[in-house]
Design a protein around this ligand. Structure first.
Ligand SMILES: [Zn+2]
Length: 186
């Protein structure tokens, strides 16, 4: 399959030290054209990660990659408002305790536009927990539902303002369940 891949790397202190052109192109396609190479290189990775649970998950993964010198693969979704995107993040040990990160776009599928994922859409002060990895939504404090089911269940169609998204990590995505050893491990 023709897979697109977006590479970046961090140093021992989680500072972004390199980015591929494909990564920048992907950011532009996702209406994040403010993310130029000059603005991203030298920044802490954490300034681009939403939610403390997501950060904690990545921190745990990086500890594993660094301490075991082992590649790890993490499936995740990186949906745009009108597209499902199934991706894999391959993390491999880099030089000097750095980590080489490669986001691989496995499959993309068009769907009707979901305003909830449109970063420019007006928001209310209510928050809606969404898993930053699988993009499921936690509804009524009880169940994790796929985005489209949650929107229907919560009756979020046709609103002029929507709850803001609070990025968390669901039980299904928390380590160790979703961590598999990467295919490129030495
Ligand atoms: Zn999840």
């Amino acid at each position: 399959m023709d897979e697109r891949a977006f590479a970046y790397s961090i140093d021992a202190k989680d500072t972004i030290v390199s980015l591929s052109d494909a990564w920048l192109e992907f950011a532009r396609e996702n209406r994040a054209s403010e993310l130029t190479r000059e603005r991203v290189i030298g920044q802490p990775l954490w300034s681009f990660v939403s939610g403390w649970e997501t950060r904690r998950l990545y921190e745990e993964v990086f500890v594993r990659v660094r301490s075991r010198k082992q590649s790890i693969e993490l499936p995740f979704r990186c949906d745009s408002p009108d597209c499902f995107r199934f991706m894999r993040l391959l993390l491999s040990p880099g030089s000097g305790d750095g980590v080489e990160c490669m986001g691989i776009l496995v499959r993309e599928q068009q769907r009707p536009f979901f305003s909830i994922l449109d970063r420019a859409f007006p928001r209310t002060s209510t928050s809606l927990p969404m898993c930053s990895l699988c993009k499921r939504i936690y509804v009524f404090g009880a169940r994790w539902l796929e985005l489209e089911d949650a929107i229907r269940e919560l009756d979020l169609f046709g609103h002029t303002r929507l709850p803001r998204i609070d990025y968390v990590v669901c039980d299904g995505c928390a380590p160790p369940q979703r961590l598999t050893q990467g295919g490129a491990a030495a």
